[in-house]
Design a binder for this molecule. Structure first.
Ligand SMILES: [Mg+2]
Length: 224
């Protein structure tokens, strides 16, 4: 009798273990600027041949620009190259609660958190997000993200090291490349971004991948 119960318990335990393992193999992959937060004190500077003088753009305004491989040279990302500014702009950023609560919901369901941003300075982005990100526990209390943010799942595609591993010349192309690689490691990826160019690239990726990978990819426009 006892052994029967032990057997059932064991089966139950291993079944639960399998479910939990399955759970941890899903990823919510979030953009930073205008998705998790409104960055503070960083701008992009544009000087197209048609611009009389340098135009200062917020990251949000920059997201609305039609930047092509040909026009990219007319944009200056100096604020984003500066490591101290990188870190500060995130730590002092204004949280976008609607998207942070989407992140919370996925965390509760056992998803891992990943970050996919067009920023440089990947290490500073990671450190700053570790200081910035909080999530709500079961009792609704805000807890620092801590180890739930894994360094290996933070991708800043314009980081000097990261850039060498990527072929695309556009940010949306680079994001698609990172997602393609991650699809081999995860059972499901939910991509969240405020920039339509990036979502379009994910849509195209999903349409072109073999079903086995394509079925694992989902995407969502970030809320404002
Ligand atoms: Mg963004």
């Amino acid at each position: 009798m006892y052994s029967k119960i032990a057997q059932i318990l064991n089966e139950y335990k291993s079944e639960r273990l399998i479910t939990e393992l399955a759970k941890t193999n899903r990823l919510i992959l979030l953009d930073v600027d205008d998705t998790l937060l409104k960055p503070e004190g960083v701008f992009i500077y544009r000087k197209l041949p048609s611009d009389k003088e340098e135009v200062v753009l917020t990251p949000y305004e920059y997201g609305l620009e039609k930047v092509t491989p040909e026009t990219k040279q007319y944009y200056d990302y100096r604020d984003f190259i500066d490591p101290a500014k990188t870190q500060q702009s995130i730590e002092m950023g204004k949280p976008i609660v609607a998207n942070l609560s989407v992140m919370d919901d996925y965390l509760k369901r056992g998803y891992q958190i990943g970050i996919l941003t067009a920023r440089a300075n990947e290490e500073e982005v990671f450190q700053a997000l570790k200081n910035f990100l909080m999530y709500k526990d079961k009792r609704g209390e805000l807890i620092p993200v801590g180890d739930r943010l894994n360094r290996n799942l933070v991708f800043a595609i314009n980081d000097s090291n990261r850039r060498q591993q990527l072929q695309s010349t556009t940010d949306y192309g680079k994001k698609a490349e990172v997602v393609t690689r991650l699809l081999n490691d995860f059972d499901e990826i939910v991509f969240v971004d405020d920039d339509m160019k990036n979502l379009k690239a994910m849509f195209e990726l999903k349409s072109n991948l073999p079903d086995m990978l394509s079925n694992k990819l989902f995407f969502m426009l970030a809320k404002e």
